[in-house]
Design a protein around this ligand. Sequence first.
Ligand code: ATP
Length: 457
Amino acid sequence: MTKPTPTKVEMEKIVSLCQRRGFIFPGSEIYGGLSSCWDYGPLGVELKRNIKQAWWRAVVQERDDIVGLDASILMHPQTWEASGHLKGFTDPLVECKSCHLRWRVDDLAGDSCPSCGGELTEPRLFNLMFKTFMGPIEDEASVVYLRPETAQGMFVNFENVLDTTRKRLPFGIAQIGKAFRNEITTGNFIFRSREFEQMEIEFFVKPGSDKEWFDYWLEERFNWYVKLGIKKENLKLRQHMKRELAHYAKACYDIDYLFPMGWAELEGIANRGDFDLVQHAKYSGKSLDYFDEETKEHIIPYIIEPSAGVDRSALAFLCDAYDEELAEGELRVILHLHPTLAPIKVAVLPLSRREKLVALAKQIYADLRQSWMASYDDAQSIGRRYRRQDEIGTPFCLTVDFQSLEDEQVTIRERDTMNQIRLPIAELKRTLQAKLEGEDLFVLPPGGRIWKEGESV
Ligand code: ATP
């Protein structure tokens, strides 16, 4: 096998694969599309669900110091006054077309980006939030906003969560949900769009322990991507310069990924200090403090916020997994997706469409569907079918042949190595489970054996 392409994939290949195979379509495509809106197709929705599930598992299920929340997208308009979004987003701003930093026109000395020297957009009165109206009357009093981040829903529920869960510091709230930003510059496929999904944690800590927790979350979140298969060399931590820091942040790092267009933010991790709880207490008139049993003092917790994008993660996982190689003179496109993220875990491929074989294959398929997203394919040659599954990242293919009818055995083929084993159908589910959890293919179940390509049954 030879490698005809460098490992860094061009964005066009990802976009084309996504559209061709049903991962991601342009939004409202039959009407010519809607700028920077994307629809996730049958495979894309599974990938996204798997990413969210893996995140939820790591930050909520496997921990006892974080609980989940699903707050409303529409929030009381005062939320955005307290958070600074209303004021901060209505100044005349220009945006750098290359690094996307935004600048207040008043702060600019020249006509290029102070950070990278890039070209700037025309100044515009800017409110990044999408505005709409609540109820039948469209006047100023009924204005509400689509949230530009999920974070505020967690801040305003701080006391509710504290009272109902009896959590003590340090503890966190986690949330996954849609956010909307009327971005001036969008692009690079799903990297920056106007409607996107975030996975955010607000981790409340005692002031003074914030630095330690900040470092903890940097490492934790970096490792999450690595554990799910992203190559370490394609990730880096980037510290925000003082000038880049949001008004509320004491410190901020981005986890950057080497996307096809270059290094760019995948996730931001900020030490927000006590800004958010102080602001919401001030605007709501409610006390949002915490009684420290040890010191018998009321304190305002500091917040560490790891904020990730589902769509950007999906793009990073797809780019990192993409690979091409020449196998037997044919181009093989492979998505080396981690089994946890792969949309389809196993494909059932009967060697022929003969009735008896199909009946057995369909029975196996129905059984596997009880446990995993599976697919069934009996169209064209077995080689073609393998390629189709490789291209969408299916970790295992299962072939059912004539001998299967007699010996009740099937063959499992592994996507990345193309190695195969043959095993009794009775051992299938347990074996697949183990392989999906990372067991070596050649660790054989009872009655199993290594299978050589072209071996007669
Ligand atoms: P950028 O400057 O790259 O637009 P940001 O610094 O404004 O990002 P944050 O406010 O830190 O982003 O949001 C946290 C995360 O939410 C980002 O790391 C990213 O994964 C995701 N995100 C933010 N804006 C968008 C967007 N317009 N489209 C897709 N994902 C986004």
